[in-house]
Design a protein around this ligand. Structure first.
Ligand SMILES: [Zn+2]
Length: 373
């Protein structure tokens, strides 16, 4: 008897230990963002959940422990080179025009790039058009922001015929969790806001995160199109240097704002990465959500108005992709001013933010002008 029970016990202990290890390893790969870079990764996730009944508990605990920082999927999906005929270029489709600019900085003219979201489109609410479907189904690779930014396109991205890899540029980016620093907004949130909690998708507002995008894009392009790997690597290196300069420039610019005035009120929660990286606090948002699909209650707006008055807030920063009407009303009631900024879309070529670097520089300039004096 003893001889049969003992190996059984050993096996049980070993399995328990393995489950424990799996649980500890979970936070790196399991985040609320289910925008898997490829179907394979998504399958792996759902298998984890199905097979392990204790998993959801582990997950809840882990989320509590590091609700300030979680990491989006940890690695690129396995990519195999695309068989391109003579003169044929890799066909790359991107969702947002910010992702599009960064991809084009790395790819140069080595690829055929199609960008789906036009200038001024709100990525939270954008719906794919028939032309978009054609491009998506014709692509060799699709780069998205991910983290549910493109939430109204998710079903289209999940159901493509051609099966091109869909890659989030945010793989490996340390994400901020919405709700962590907003306890009182959290309380006021209604049920319909709940699905908008989780990883904040506006990662590009910290330049260092876009340096990680560059690594991901260069790695994916090189794997799919190894003939041009040297060019992708050289472009990525040159662009990383520009980004590092931009990061330092932003630090210098924001240093001119007195510390007690580094308080931001925005249209929705889209500046947390900027705040975290460059020393600001987001004290309020018109829409208490990381998505513009949510809407504020009368109670939310009254609370925001009180906060603006109490903290002596002078500016409400409103992205160009958002209807500024509610912000304008609060501004006129409180004596604050509405300051337009570029956050979710570039401007056209004649505007102040035709590239990602211009977008960051212009938005920070607007913030500095509004708050510095
Ligand atoms: Zn947004």
């Amino acid at each position: 008897m003893n001889q049969t029970i003992r190996p059984l016990l050993v096996a049980v202990v070993m399995i328990a230990a393995m489950l424990l290890v799996a649980g500890c390893a979970a936070p790196a790969s399991v985040t609320p963002a289910a925008n898997a870079p490829g179907a394979a990764t998504e399958e792996a996730h759902s298998e984890d959940h199905d097979d392990d009944p204790g998993h959801s508990e582990d997950h809840a605990q882990d989320t509590e422990h590091d609700h300030d920082h979680a990491v989006e999927m940890s690695a690129l999906p396995a990519l195999t080179p695309v068989a391109l005929s003579d003169g044929e270029k890799l066909r790359v489709v991107v969702t947002t025009n910010i992702v599009g600019d960064v991809v084009s900085q790395v790819a140069g003219d080595a690829v055929e790039l199609v960008q789906l979201l036009p200038i001024g489109a709100d990525p939270h609410t954008y719906q794919a058009r028939p032309d978009d479907l054609r491009h998506l189904n014709n692509a060799h690779v699709i780069f998205i922001n991910g983290l549910h930014l493109e939430e109204t396109m998710q079903s289209v991205l999940d159901n493509l015929d051609a099966g091109a890899p869909v890659i989030s540029v945010n793989i490996g980016v340390p994400t901020l969790q919405f709700g962590g620093d907003h306890a009182d907004e959290h309380e006021a949130a209604t049920d319909q806001d709940h699905h908008h909690e989780g990883a904040d998708p506006h990662t590009w507002m910290n330049v260092h995160n876009v340096e990680i995008w560059v690594d991901n894009i260069a790695a994916a392009l090189s794997a799919l199109d190894p003939m041009h790997a040297d060019r992708y690597a050289a472009n990525a290196n040159a662009y990383r240097i520009q980004l590092e300069r931009l990061h330092e420039e932003i630090e210098t610019m924001t240093a001119t704002i007195p510390v007690e005035r580094r308080k931001l009120v925005t249209d929705h929660d889209n500046l947390s990465y900027l705040a975290n990286a460059y020393g600001f606090t987001v004290v309020g948002t018109v829409i208490p959500s990381i998505s513009t699909l949510a809407s504020p209650s009368a109670r939310d707006l009254a609370a925001l108005q009180r906060q603006i008055e109490q903290e002596g807030i002078r500016a409400i920063f409103v992205g160009t992709t958002v209807n500024p009407a509610v912000a304008a009303r609060i501004a006129s009631d409180t004596g604050a001013q509405v300051v337009p900024i570029y956050t979710a879309s570039l401007s056209d070529a004649q505007g102040p933010a035709p590239t990602y670097i211009d977008l960051m520089r212009h938005t920070v300039q607007q913030i500095v002008e509004a708050l510095a004096d």
